[in-house]
Design a protein around this ligand. Structure first.
Ligand SMILES: Cc1ncc(COP(=O)(O)O)c(C=O)c1O
Length: 368
């Protein structure tokens, strides 16, 4: 006798870990390769004597996060990674059959999050460069739409919403639809035109009641294993979302890390690392662009080098994605992620790996 799973369950693929090629550096999960923050171990260890207790220093963590965003603690909800909160959001507002409009390609975690609650993902193609097509996203909203879910910067293209695009969404998404801004990579953005719903270290923009901003410590704070993300929204929305979450669902050690990451001492360290990663991404893109220009002058083949605002580089090489990934594993001993038929996403890691990546991409792209 088998368990009678609901129909939408069949659409969720089982998560399986793929073994990575031995001896090659992981550049496929958008994890920053940096050592733990100075002071983090002590902050987490201080909670170990309390592991027998339910609960955590969640109020202190919420207060620190709110302060860094120029908001109130009631505007903040912690989750086990931002994915947990995206699921909570969909589960809180979607009846089975309701629609969640998103761009495609984007972060594929959105699809199982919809199916888990019987919601229907509606995928709106991005532009050829992987940017959000705001006209088409707005046009895709129907009576059944409950959420417009946007990753900015997008994953895997790295393209962020511009000020004009964000303002249009804020003004034109109907108030009965939640505008969910997934800003997992926003800290790495350098485009002068990029704009965010909840920038750090900047005055908090006024947001309509139907906006939920999702942030994570997995990327900028390099804490993917601890699983901490947070939502920023109006207090009533935060309270509503909290009902969908397990009580004490973020563990005490993770909450302690979140509280620590929003102290001035930790924020300064995070800012330094993020600045280094963003500069390294720009160096990789600039070097590749220069080499492709030289190849063009010399009449050799070349590929397009696009701009990313994430902690990764996106190479939209289409049908040659898997070939390039294999070449990079063999020649540069790095493992990027290949999206079959679309492109290759390479996470910015240590400079020596990045240098080998640049050389191997250049050689592959320009050979006749
Ligand atoms: C756009 C985007 N949103 C959310 C997540 C999930 O992050 P978390 O580790 O906070 O669940 C990822 C992870 O790669 C992502 O790329």
């Amino acid at each position: 006798m088998t368990v009678p799973f609901r129909a939408a369950h069949d659409q969720i693929p089982v998560f399986r870990r793929t073994p990575l090629p031995a001896g090659a550096a992981r550049a496929c999960f958008n994890e920053p390769h940096v050592p733990p923050l100075d002071g983090l171990a002590e902050a987490v260890a201080a909670e170990i004597p309390h592991l027998n207790e339910y609960g955590s220093r969640v109020d202190e963590a919420r207060a620190n996060i709110a302060r860094a965003h120029g908001r109130q603690a009631d505007d903040v909800l912690l989750g086990s990674g931002s994915m947990d909160l995206i699921r909570a959001l969909i589960g809180s507002v979607c009846e089975p059959g309701d629609e969640v409009v998103t761009s495609w390609r984007t972060f594929e975690g959105y699809l199982p999050a919809c199916h888990a609650h019987g919601a229907t993902p509606v995928r709106v193609p991005t532009t050829a460069e992987g940017a959000h097509d705001v006209d088409s996203l707005l046009a895709a909203i129907t009576e059944r739409t409950r959420i417009l879910l946007i990753a900015s910067p997008n994953n895997p293209s790295g393209r962020a919403l511009t000020r004009e695009q964000l303002d249009r969404l804020l003004a034109e998404v109907p108030s009965r639809v939640v505008l969910a801004l997934d800003e997992a990579y926003s800290e790495f953005a350098t485009s002068p035109r990029a704009a965010f719903g909840a920038p750090l270290f900047a005055p908090a923009p006024a947001l309509p009641e139907n906006v939920v901003v999702l942030r994570t410590l997995s990327k900028s704070a390099a804490l993917a294993s601890l699983r901490v993300g947070y939502a920023l929204a109006a207090p009533g929305v935060i309270e509503g979302l909290s009902k969908m979450r397990t009580q004490n669902g973020v563990d005490r050690l993770a909450v302690a890390a979140a509280e620590f990451c929003f102290t001035d001492h930790a924020l300064e360290q995070i800012e330094d690392r993020v600045t280094w990663i963003a500069a390294e991404r720009q160096r990789i893109e600039r070097t590749l662009r220069d080499r492709m220009e030289r190849a063009e002058i010399e009449g050799k083949p070349r590929i397009e080098i696009v701009h990313s605002d994430g902690n990764f580089v996106w190479l939209p090489v289409g049908s040659r994605a898997e070939e390039l990934r294999d070449h990079l594993v063999d020649e540069a001993r790095v493992v990027p992620r290949a999206y079959a038929g679309e492109g290759v996403r390479y996470t910015v890691i240590e400079a020596e790996h990045n240098d080998r990546f640049v050389d191997a991409v250049s050689e592959w792209a320009t050979r006749g």
